[in-house]
Design a binder for this molecule. Structure first.
Ligand SMILES: Nc1ncnc2c1ncn2[C@@H]1O[C@H](COP(=O)(O)OP(=O)(O)OP(=O)(O)O)[C@@H](O)[C@H]1O
Length: 246
């Protein structure tokens, strides 16, 4: 039983989610999808393209309510939910700093954000407009906006897709730095196995559509020890556990 006041995990139990295609064909997106993310844990949802990962996040964000099943978001702290998408969706007529502050609840918008901007290497970009930012800097601004709100849960949908590998890798490491300073329960969707093994405490491995959980892969190597060699070994371990995934 959950003690009163204790932080609750993210619990997902989606029995069925279908779409109707333009041709009137029923598409089974999710079926019997159940998993939990413990409080303060960084989990990755890993699955093949089109298996239903984004659909799952959209349900958790409350953007899609046409499904059978239930979910429970983590409780405790701010109770806020933050999301980072593939596209940073910054307001073009606002500066980086204004974009971040606008995400804060009214009454807290003048809070000290120096530390956050500093960790993300954005201190000198605060007054720039989104059109003046590279793709990588725009993603950093989106991360700043998500973490500024000190969310109870952070949902990330392939936030480093369509970046060159060097920029993506730098951003993954920045994400880990900011997450360790401002820890929160996090669920990130990816189809990049190495990315999942670099970032996650646990990888939730999904089947092809309709998505359900094939199994869980615990990443038992401390994050600071996940160098290229350790990641190669994790990829091999993963391949032995899930021979036809990843
Ligand atoms: N609004 C919609 N109408 C019809 N079909 C949809 C709709 N949204 C998603 N689908 C279908 O549902 C399935 C799951 O889509 P979803 O975007 O969740 O997959 P995904 O795992 O996130 O894929 P990717 O890794 O390629 O981003 C796909 O077959 C997709 O075509």
């Amino acid at each position: 039983m959950q003690h009163a006041g204790a932080a609750a995990p993210l619990k997902v139990d989606i029995a069925e989610k279908t779409f109707l295609s333009a041709e009137g064909v029923t598409i089974d997106a999710l079926r019997g999808l159940s998993f939990e993310v413990r409080q303060g844990e960084f989990a990755c949802l890993l699955g093949p393209s089109g298996c239903g990962k984004t659909t799952t996040l959209r349900i958790l964000l409350g953007l899609d309510q046409a499904f059978y099943g239930s979910y429970q978001l983590p409780k405790g702290g701010s109770n806020r939910i933050a999301a980072v998408f593939q596209e940073p969706v910054l307001l073009p007529w606002r500066t980086v700093e204004q974009n971040v502050r606008l995400a804060l609840p009214p009454g807290t918008r003048d809070m000290d954000l120096d530390g956050l901007f500093d960790i993300l290497g954005l201190s000198s970009m605060r007054s720039l407009y989104p059109s003046e930012l590279s793709l990588g800097l725009a993603r950093r601004a989106a991360l700043a906006r998500a973490f500024a709100t000190e969310p109870a849960i952070l949902l990330l949908d392939e936030p480093f897709a369509s970046l060159d590998e060097r920029t993506a890798d730098k951003l993954r490491r920045l994400l880990m730095t900011v997450w360790s300073v401002r820890p929160t329960t996090a669920l990130m969707v990816t189809h990049n196995l190495r990315e999942a093994l670099l970032l996650a405490d646990r990888v939730i491995v999904l089947s092809p559509r309709p998505a359900h959980v094939r199994g869980i892969f615990d990443v038992d190597v401390p994050r600071q020890a996940r160098d290229v060699k350790a990641l190669d070994e994790l990829v091999s371990d993963f391949g032995r556990t899930f021979p036809d995934a990843g």
